[in-house]
Ligand binder design. Structure first.
Ligand SMILES: NC(=O)c1ccc[n+]([C@@H]2O[C@H](COP(=O)([O-])OP(=O)(O)OC[C@H]3O[C@@H](n4cnc5c(N)ncnc54)[C@H](O)[C@@H]3O)[C@@H](O)[C@H]2O)c1
Ligand SMILES: O=C(O)C[C@H](O)C(=O)O
Length: 332
């Protein structure tokens, strides 16, 4: 029998986890033949709620779910894990930017980076979801120097999915017909959703998004701002931040990291290697291709217009500022 994969989900009693656990445990992410040991971390105060979530998971009677380990103890949670899905953090409320969460959340990711460094398998793959996601991933990576930096990523797939959905709706197709949308930079309102290399399949014919939409001012204006501010729009409507769509995006991110991308690109926040002039080490969202052995590389050689360059630099500048603030905060 295949050895169970040890998958940690933090913030396991929270709202994203509630939408995520079922998909991970039933095989949507790591495959239908891969047994899973689910390690569920939350804070002491939430252990009662977590027990209820565990009861429900057991009651799903899922064949791949080998064991469930609920805990508030980092030493238990991070031990020998293969995958860490770091969701546990405070969400923003209406009127806040995600970087306003930095003071509240960044220390969590310092501590968890240290725990990963000493306790996790050296091959562990990490996706940071808690906001501000790029900068939290940067901090986590910084405090886990025994793990390859490329194993630390942050979620920008929700932004990619939002962008693809906007294009699909406008053209009158479904999101699977839209390929190679890119999210550059920060998971914030400075991100740059870029469709200049994207294609859409309409009536069996593939064309550029630009040709299919035939409205450059929409593509360079309302489309970008809608994607940039979608998280805030969900919060304004729901009075809670996105959870169902965030959970779906986490599954997409990890499934592609696990199985590969087969010819298309996906966007992930990954440590910059200096590509496209982005500061080395920053966790910046790039288009990547992923092989079935879980290795990924940043798509190289894309032509960058002046319009794109300016937007890529704005979001880089914000990430540099966030990184500097975060490193001061963790030293306090
Ligand atoms: N990157 C993205 O695309 C994206 C999308 C949606 C939400 N988010 C972010 O994800 C985070 C979680 O959102 P949510 O809606 O699930 O929030 P939530 O408040 O419903 O749940 C968060 C959970 O994390 C737990 N937690 C807090 N500190 C912890 C710690 N140190 N260790 C373990 N658990 C801890 C809380 O007790 C709570 O159960 C927020 O920061 C939110 O902004 C990111
Ligand atoms: O916007 C938020 O604060 C939550 C999340 O990052 C989102 O994009 O929906």
């Amino acid at each position: 029998m295949t050895e169970p994969l040890r998958v940690l989900i933090t913030g396991a009693a929270g709202q994203i986890a509630y939408s995520l656990l079922y998909s991970v445990a039933k095989g949507d992410v790591f495959g239908k033949n891969q047994p899973i040991s689910l390690v569920l971390l939350d804070i002491d105060f939430m252990m009662g709620v977590l027990q209820g979530v565990v009861m429900e998971l057991r009651d799903c009677a899922l064949p791949l779910l080998h064991e469930i380990i609920p805990t508030a103890d980092k030493n238990v949670a991070f031990k020998d894990i293969d995958v860490a899905i770091l969701v546990g953090a405070m969400p923003r409320r209406e009127g806040m930017e995600r970087k306003d969460l930095l003071k509240a959340n960044v220390k969590i990711f310092k501590e968890q980076g240290e725990a990963i460094n000493t306790l996790a398998k050296k091959t562990v793959k990490v996706v940071v979801v808690g906001n501000p996601a790029n900068t939290n991933a940067y901090v986590c990576k910084t405090f886990a120097s025994s793990i390859p930096p490329e194993n630390f990523t942050c979620l920008t797939r929700l932004d990619q999915n939002r962008a693809a959905a906007q294009i699909a709706e406008r053209v009158g197709v479904t999101s699977q017909d839209v390929k190679n949308v890119i999210i550059w930079g920060n998971h914030s309102s400075t991100q740059f959703p870029d469709v200049s290399h994207a294609t859409v399949t309409l009536n069996g014919q593939s064309s550029s998004v630009k040709d299919a939409i035939k409205n450059d001012s929409w593509l360079q204006g309302e489309f970008i701002s809608t994607v940039q501010t979608r998280g805030a729009a969900v919060i304004a409507a729901r009075k809670l931040s996105s959870a169902m769509s965030a959970a779906k995006a986490i599954c997409d991110h990890l499934r592609d990291w696990w199985t590969g991308t087969e010819g298309s690109w996906v966007s992930m926040g990954v440590p910059s290697d200096g590509s496209y002039g982005i500061e080395k080490g920053l966790i910046y969202s790039f288009p990547v291709v992923i092989k079935p052995d879980h290795s990924y590389s940043i798509v190289q050689g894309l032509p960058i217009s002046d319009f794109a360059r300016e937007k890529m630099d704005v979001t880089q500048k914000e990430l540099v500022e966030e990184k500097n603030d975060a490193m001061l905060t963790v030293q306090d």
